[in-house]
Each structure stands twice: as structure tokens, then as C-alpha cells.
Design a protein around this ligand. Structure first.
Ligand SMILES: Nc1ncnc2c1ncn2[C@@H]1O[C@H](COP(=O)(O)OP(=O)(O)OP(=O)(O)O)[C@@H](O)[C@H]1O
Ligand SMILES: [Mg+2]
Length: 602
């Protein structure tokens, strides 16, 4: 990257550097600061003075040190080879840096390309021949990046004209020219890689409403508070409530085509855990087990890395997700945690002496969060062939003390459609995932109705029953505390019993066990079917019982002890046994429940 010297350092305050003699520099232009070539971005320009946020440690910078402009905004290098990588907040590949430096620390000012220049990729041209008209975003070829990812090579949005050259099928590096186009006499060369500024959303043709579920393998989420592919979700929770475990489970098991996991300002050991766990996990593709790391890119910006880069890491993550979406994939981005990003905004804003709003956060906090979440969604993409892709965003929020009225939390809640509220009390009781069923909500239920109608028509009414039971149980608990359990009506006693089953044996799911680390949706549906079957039949039996043949909850419990035991142990069925085996088991249990209640009749 060529640089031209313009200005010099005027003052340094933590990550914020003010430089003068900066005439000619542009907003959000990338600059290299000082003799170490620290990476920074211009965030304010006043006359010839520029305010720069520096993404690296600034100690040692002195007044008068040179500041060089690069003439480019902070951009990502996108192309084959970006999956399965670990980047820092400004897309420097960490493995490569480790190789170059043989050190555990990232030296300041180091530059390394995000993609490997010499790797050869088997390029297969598609869709276009010489003379064809072409528009931005069109797919011109593909590269099998790894066993999972078929990387579509696209021309950049904004391109127009006629194709004048297409490279034949063959092996190319990302710097080789694979297509030339001509528009009004201007010839443009296209490579397999492209650069895209992180702060501008990649354009799409038309945004659509999401209509198929983001299945996560977590029962409480899939069954009660589902999101759609292309949805926005927030996971707020106090420390230790399981935010990280949920975002990791999502990246491991959700039905997305690719995952961008941004560790933003969280502890380094969590990132280390991701690095250790992910490569060991596999998924089956064409009968072969392949590592899920192949569909994952990690952006690591841990708590000991410079704060200014947290913001960059969020933008890097979402831009990568947009690039993958543009290929027609369902991408998911996890950001753990957006609160750390907000803290970075607060720190920078404080140093810029801006007027603080709520709790010292800048007044534009809500707008920044919104502009990030707005980059999610399902969309018809640019160019030919016509295709649809989506980005789902799951953002963890760590409000201090688990107080959901914290500014970051409330700003996020105004934006997202799904709220998975983690409850400290549940976490303390070791009820995981600690999603509170009365607090959490999803606004996508209606959007998903057609999908359920087509795939599991029996499911929505059952979900309503389950939610009613949980709500009634909450009301009853207060009464029980006042007057004791014995004074309740039989039907209410039944509700308490069933609610206990739902909470302990359905919603609770140990993320570290073989049988429950992932729960396929059919299993969630069948487990719910049997619980609801038991409840409705028991309720009927109680309501229809006569004075001579009185059916009580207690009586049902003692006569159907074995069956109830089977209902509460449904989750121990191993998904690895296969759908047929599991469904046969659940069907047999369903029959057993029906037979059990026959005995009470007459
Ligand atoms: N689904 C789960 N199954 C079993 N245990 C869980 C589950 N979720 C969380 N835990 C337990 O809770 C602990 C804390 O979870 P986690 O690290 O995700 O919390 P966190 O909300 O990210 O906390 P922090 O705010 O400190 O980052 C985990 O180490 C694990 O022992
Ligand atoms: Mg965490």
C-alpha cells in the first residue's frame, strides 16, 4: 500500500492521536502513525487538524512523529481463503503473524495480508462469456475453497459494462486477472479478490422478511423463542449466565452456511477455548466428517488488545458476513460482546471531549448499534444469477450486574426482534441455558407460521399450551407461597407438576453432554408432543372424573410412575442414534401415555 507523508503528531491521549498539517486527508481514511507505522483511522477533521483513533498501543509516540495517509478507508481483503481463519480486529491473520514473528505477542505496526498471495485456487468460470453485458455483484465463477464452502467469485458492486475477457478454467492466485470488462472505453480488470471498506454496507437489490427459522439445537430457543435466518437477536445476561456458551453453541450447531464469530473485548481464554473446540467438532458433508472450522472465521479482539480496535472488529465481522451472504449463503454473525464495543465508544468519545449521555456513553450509541444490526437481514442480492442470502446477527450484551435497564441493553432491545434474556437466578441454580421463559420474547413467531404449517403443523398449538402452563405456574407460585400447595385445585396441581417437567426436563439442556449438546428440531417437537399429550389427557381425566372414581394428580403420578419417568428422560435419547430410532421411541412412548390414561376411564 503506497503512503504519502502529510502531517505530524500534535498530541497523544491513549488511543486518540491528533495530527496537524493534514490537509488533503479524508474522513475515515486509514493512516499510518509514527515510526512504528501504527494503524489508525481519521474520525474527525477540523481545518488541517485530524483526530485519529489508533488501533494499536500508542505508547512511545511523540509530538512531531510522522503521520502518513494511505488514501484508502479501512478495507477488508475478500476472496478465496478467508474461511477457517483467525483475524484480529483489523483483519490481520494471527497465524501468519505468529509465523513471521515467532512470538506470542503481535508486534506493533506489523502488516500482513489477510489472504495468501501465492495460494492457487481451481477457478471454474460461470455464467459469462466475452461480449455479455455484466452488472455489479454478478457471479463470474467459483472455487471449491474447502469441503464445505463453494466460494463464488463475484465482481464488485458498482461494476457495469461488457465482458471482454474471461479466464479459462484453471488454477489461479488471487492476484491473477480472471475477467476484464469494458464500459465506455474504460477497461476494468477483475481478480478473485476484492477490497471493501468496512464502514459501508455492501448493497443488495431488495431486502426481504425472513421466513425460515434459524435452528440452533437449543430447545428453549428453537421451541419457544425462535429467530429467523436473517434475524437480529440479543443475548443479555450478567456475568457467568452463559452468554458465551450460547453464542458458541449457535456457531457450532446452527443451520447457517457460514459463521463469523467476533470475540469483542472478552477474555482471551474464551477465544482460546473456541480455537481448541471448533476444530474438534465435525459435521457431515456428503457422508464425510469435516471440521466445522471450515465454515467459520474468527475475529479475535480480546480484552487485552487495544480498545479502539473493538469497533473495527465488529465492522470487520459484519463485512465478512456480508461478503459471504452475497454468494447466496445464510451467514450468521455472533458478537460477544457488544457491551465491550460500547465501552470502547465511550472511551474514545470521552477522549474527544464529546458531551456524554446516559452513564457516560456517547449520545450516538443507539444509532451506532442500530446501523450495525441493520446490516442483517434476508435479501435478494445484486447481479446475476438471481439469488437470496441472509445474515443473522446474535449480539451478546453484558450489562453490569445483570441490570437490563443499562443503556447498551435498552438501546439494543429497541433494535432487535428476539430477546433471549438470561436470568441470574436460573444460572445460580445451574439451570442452563438460563433463558428466562417469561422475560424472553421473539417477534418472529408470526413470520414463521407458514414454515411450521408446512413442516410441523402440530407444533404452534403445542407451543401455546406450553407457554400457558409456564405463565399459569408463575401465577400459582405466589398463591402456593401464601396458602400452601394442598389448597390448590386438582387442575392447578397438575399444572405445577407439568411445569416442573417442562422446566427441568425440557428447557434445561446441558451444553456439555453427549445427548443434549445439540437437540435436532424433530426431537424438540417430539419431546414437546409427549409432554403436551400427557398434560391434555391428565387434565381430561381429572375434569371427567366422578366422585366415586376420583382422578387426582397424586393418583396419576403413582399409577403412571414408569411412564412419567420415561417422559422426563426423553432428552437422554442420543441424536446420534438417528432420526428413525428416536422417532420410533417417542411414538411408542406416546402410545404408552394414551394407554395409561385409558385405564382411568370407566
Ligand atoms: N448450556 C449450558 N450447559 C451447561 N453449562 C452451562 C451452559 N451455559 C453456561 N454454562 C455454565 O456457565 C458457565 C459460564 O458461562 P459463560 O462463560 O457462557 O458465561 P458468560 O455469560 O459468557 O459470562 P461472562 O460475562 O463472564 O463472559 C460456563 O462455564 C458453564 O459452566
Ligand atoms: Mg462470556
Amino acid at each position: 500500500m503506497s503512503t504519502r507523508k502529510v502531517g505530524g503528531v500534535f498530541s497523544v491521549s491513549g488511543p486518540v492521536v491528533i495530527a496537524d498539517n493534514m490537509l488533503g486527508a479524508a474522513m475515515y481514511e486509514l493512516v499510518r502513525v509514527g515510526h512504528f507505522n501504527l494503524v489508525g483511522e481519521i474520525i474527525r477533521l477540523e481545518e488541517d487538524r485530524a483526530t485519529i483513533q489508533v488501533y494499536e498501543e500508542t505508547s512511545g509516540l511523540t509530538v512531531g512523529d510522522p503521520v502518513r495517509c494511505t488514501g484508502q478507508p479501512l478495507s477488508l481483503q475478500l476472496g478465496p481463503g478467508c474461511m477457517g481463519r483467525i483475524y484480529d480486529g483489523i483483519q490481520r491473520p494471527l497465524e501468519k503473524i505468529a509465523e513471521i514473528t515467532k512470538d506470542i505477542y503481535i508486534p506493533r505496526g506489523i502488516a500482513a495480508n489477510a489472504l495468501n498471495d501465492d495460494d492457487k485456487w481451481a477457478f471454474v468460470p460461470l455464467n459469462f462469456k466475452v461480449g455479455d453485458p455484466i452488472t455489479g455483484g454478478s457471479i463470474i465463477g467459483e472455487v471449491q475453497e474447502n469441503n464445505i464452502i463453494l466460494h463464488k467469485i463475484m465482481v464488485k458492486p458498482g461494476v457495469a459494462g461488457k465482458v471482454t475477457m474471461v479466464a479459462p478454467k484453471g488454477s489461479y492466485t488471487i492476484n491473477d486477472i480472471v475477467m476484464k470488462t469494458e464500459d465506455g472505453g474504460v477497461v476494468t480488470e477483475h481478480k478473485m479478490q476484492q477490497f471493501w471498506p468496512v464502514r459501508s454496507p455492501r448493497p443488495v437489490n431488495e431486502k426481504l422478511a425472513g421466513d425460515s427459522p434459524l435452528l440452533t439445537g437449543q430447545r428453549v430457543i428453537d421451541a419457544l423463542f425462535p429467530s429467523v435466518l436473517g434475524g437480529t437477536c440479543a443475548v443479555p445476561g450478567a456475568f457467568g449466565c452463559g452468554k458465551t456458551v450460547i453464542s458458541q453453541a449457535l456457531s457450532k450447531y446452527s443451520n447457517s452456511d457460514c459463521i463469523i464469530y467476533v470475540g469483542c473485548g472478552e477474555r482471551g481464554n474464551e477465544m482460546a477455548e473456541v480455537l481448541k473446540d471448533f476444530p474438534e467438532l465435525t459435521m457431515e458433508v456428503n457422508g464425510k466428517d469435516v471440521s466445522i472450522m471450515l465454515r467459520t472465521t474468527l475475529v479475535a479482539n480480546t480484552s487485552n488488545m487495544p480498545v479502539a480496535a473493538r469497533e473495527a472488529s465488529i465492522y470487520t465481522g459484519i463485512t465478512l458476513a456480508e461478503y459471504m451472504r452475497d454468494m447466496g449463503m445464510d451467514a450468521s454473525m455472533m458478537a460477544d460482546s457488544t457491551s465491550r464495543w460500547a465501552e470502547a465508544l465511550r472511551e474514545i468519545s470521552g477522549r474527544l471531549a464529546e458531551m456524554p449521555a446516559d452513564s457516560g456513553y456517547p449520545a450516538y450509541l443507539g444509532a451506532r448499534l442500530a446501523s450495525f444490526y441493520e446490516r442483517s437481514g434476508k435479501a435478494i442480492l445484486l447481479g446475476t444469477p438471481e439469488r437470496v442470502g441472509s445474515i443473522s446477527i446474535v449480539g451478546a450484551v453484558s450489562p453490569p450486574g445483570g441490570d437490563f435497564s443499562d443503556p447498551v441493553c435498552s438501546a439494543t432491545l429497541g433494535i432487535v426482534q428476539v430477546f433471549w434474556g438470561l436470568d441470574k437466578k436460573l444460572a445460580q441454580r445451574k439451570h442452563f441455558p438460563s433463558l428466562h421463559w417469561l422475560l424472553s420474547y421473539s417477534k418472529y413467531l408470526r413470520a414463521l407460521d407458514p414454515w411450521y404449517e408446512a413442516n410441523h403443523p402440530e407444533f404452534p398449538p403445542m407451543r401455546t399450551i406450553i407457554k400457558e402452563i409456564l405463565q399459569t405456574e408463575d401465577d400459582l407460585t405466589e398463591i402456593v407461597q401464601l396458602v400452601g400447595k394442598d389448597s390448590l385445585a386438582e387442575s392447578d396441581k397438575l399444572i405445577l407438576e407439568v411445569a416442573k417437567i417442562i422446566k427441568d426436563d425440557y428447557l434445561q439442556q446441558n451444553g456439555f453432554s453427549d445427548y443434549d449438546r445439540v437437540c435436532p428440531f424433530y426431537k424438540s417437537v417430539w419431546m414437546m408432543t409427549n409432554i403436551v399429550e400427557f398434560y391434555t389427557l391428565a387434565r381430561k381425566a381429572i375434569e371427567n372424573s366422578t366422585a366415586e372414581n376420583k382422578v387426582t394428580t397424586h393418583r396419576i403420578k403413582s399409577t403412571m410412575n414408569d411412564t412419567i419417568y420415561k417422559i422426563v428422560s426423553q432428552k437422554f435419547q442420543l441424536p446420534t442414534s438417528g432420526e428413525d430410532v428416536l422417532v420410533a421411541h417417542f411414538k411408542a412412548l406416546n402410545q404408552e401415555i394414551k394407554d395409561g390414561f385409558h385405564a382411568f376411564e370407566g
